[in-house]
Write a protein that binds this ligand. Structure first.
Ligand code: GTP
Ligand code: MG
Length: 477
């Protein structure tokens, strides 16, 4: 008993400690036994390692291509794959998303100010799609701006400096949205140009891993670019601005400006109390909603850590979806097992950022035609994610009428399930019409920011791709 309390800090150390009064021969015999046990254990470990490597070698990697227009949810789908099947990497990267979320938040504040400034300057070129313009002959009353608005503008100035610093740290330098001439670009829709403020440019990176590594490696307090900000300066400034940001976001006049100009900016503003604090660490949901525009093609390799096909590598290609990015997709069309095509169904009343003359749903259908008719992709399984169903539902609840933007919808019921049924039929019809050869087709209604529901969908997608379920699921022809 005395031995336990005095010698062993580990209460179980007595189990492995040599017996008291051990002779030299006994000691030798014990050490031989222990060495043999260690050898057997190492041998087993080595065998397991070889078996695992062989398993991996024998399993051809599954290659999946994520396609769809900009902001359709491709990168968010990839994040869901990581969350479900590469948890370790996900956990490692999660904290690094804080800088992206902070930039997203500041961008929302800038979007609000851009709209407010236009309104203050007397600009009345409202978005023709705005609900407030239901009757354009009615002149909208002037909004009453006060000193409070001027003061908020002044007090929130430091956010500009913080945004510039965060962008530099993330390596964001690409702003290539203006050139609309590219492969797969569609003819513009007739109709008026979109008026109102252009959205401030987004953060974009070629590889978020590289951006985060740079971010992590940057020592605290180091000079970054032209600024000499502490690495946590952004968090300090944002925390100091919290109440002013809230005031701006909750202001009645500001809300009216946003409504009038049809500006959508809820990115993280509703979570300001949780995000604009020093101790903020992004949650899984925050990371899902963080927006980082993809430039070029990002290749993500993950080994399935569990499930029926453990050990197989999946290579997922995430592409930039803007029109200027699409020519870069073609080399990746070869040797692909499946395409996940993201169609944001809520955007029937929105225009392309890179070319405001084009309706986003129209662009999605044109892209669908290009992909389904491509001879390079003939026979490749297509999984269609009719995405952003949550936003579709919200819009319809607010009273937006689908028929106004899509006259072909006719007198069908103005409800999300009916819209989805109608669109699914259109996608399927086009697939049948344009596919050069029969192919498996599978469609899901998704809201990929909902991680739990998406995990269930991804299990079906994974099993379908792996076990060739797609071939039986919904074969077209
Ligand atoms: N509410 C909602 N937001 C979504 C959904 N899917 C994606 N988003 C959001 O839409 C924005 C764009 O999503 P991304 O995944 O970055 O889009 P992307 O297709 O990768 O866009 P590019 O990289 O520009 O080609 C992000 O802020 C997402 O959080 C959805 O189903 N519902
Ligand atoms: Mg992306």
């Amino acid at each position: 008993m005395g031995r336990l309390s005095t010698e062993a800090s580990d209460p179980l150390a007595f189990m492995t400690a040599p017996p008291p009064n051990e002779s030299w021969e006994q000691k030798m015999a014990r050490e031989r036994r222990e060495a043999e046990a260690q050898r057997v254990s190492d041998e087993i470990d080595q065998k397991l390692k070889i078996e695992r490597a062989a398993l991996k070698r024998n399993k051809k990697p599954v290659k999946v291509l994520l396609l769809g227009q900009a902001e359709s949810g491709k990168s968010t789908t990839l994040k869901n794959f990581q969350l479900a099947y590469a948890r370790e990497a996900w956990q490692e990267e999660r904290a690094s998303w804080r800088a992206v979320i902070q930039v997203n938040l500041i961008r929302s504040v800038r979007t609000i100010f851009d709209a407010v400034l236009l309104e203050m300057a007397g600009d009345t070129s409202y978005d023709s799609d705005s609900d407030e313009r239901a009757n354009p002959s009615v002149r909208l009353p002037l909004l009453q701006f006060t000193e409070k608005h001027q003061l908020l503008k002044f007090r929130l100035m430091p956010l500009r400096r913080v945004e510039a610093d965060l962008r530099r740290r993330l390596g964001a330098a690409c702003d290539e949205l203006s050139d609309a001439s590219s492969l797969m670009s569609s003819p513009p829709l007739p109709g008026p140009e979109r008026a109102g403020p252009a959205r401030p440019s987004e953060v974009s990176v070629r590889s978020w891993r590289d951006a985060f590594e740079m971010h992590i490696r940057s020592p605290k307090g180091s000079s970054v670019g032209h600024g000499t900000l502490e690495s946590d300066d952004a968090t300090d400034v944002i925390a100091e601005c919290r109440e002013d940001i809230k005031d701006l976001w909750e202001d009645n006049v500001v809300r009216q400006v946003l409504k009038r100009r049809n500006v959508r900016v809820e990115d993280f503003l509703d979570d300001i109390d949780r995000i604009a604090v020093h101790s903020y660490i992004p949650t899984d949901e925050d990371v899902m909603r963080a927006r980082l525009r993809t430039v070029g093609i990002q290749e993500h390799r993950m080994t399935l850590e569990e499930g029926p096909d453990m050990g197989r590598d999946w290579i997922i290609y995430d592409v930039g979806g803007a029109r200027t990015q699409r020519a870069a997709w073609i080399p990746y069309f070869q040797d692909i097992n499946a395409i996940i095509f993201l169609a944001p169904v809520s955007c029937f009343d929105e225009r392309l950022e890179e070319d405001p003359r084009v309706n986003r749903l129209e662009d999605t259908f044109l892209l669908w035609k290009s992909i389904t008719s491509s001879p390079l992709l003939a026979g490749v399984a297509i999984v269609l994610f009719m995405n952003k169903c949550d936003l579709l539902e919200q819009k319809i609840k607010k009273g937006v009428r689908v028929k106004k933007y899509m006259p072909s919808y006719g007198e069908r019921e103005n409800s999300a399930p009916h819209v989805l049924k109608y669109l699914r039929g259109k996608f399927k019809e086009m697939l049948k019409q344009y596919s050069p050869s029969p192919r498996p087709f599978y469609a899901f209604a998704t809201s990929v920011v909902d991680t739990q529901a998406t995990a269930v969908t991804l299990t079906s997608v994974r099993d379908a791709i792996l076990r060739d379920h797609l071939k039986q699921a919904d074969f077209v022809f």
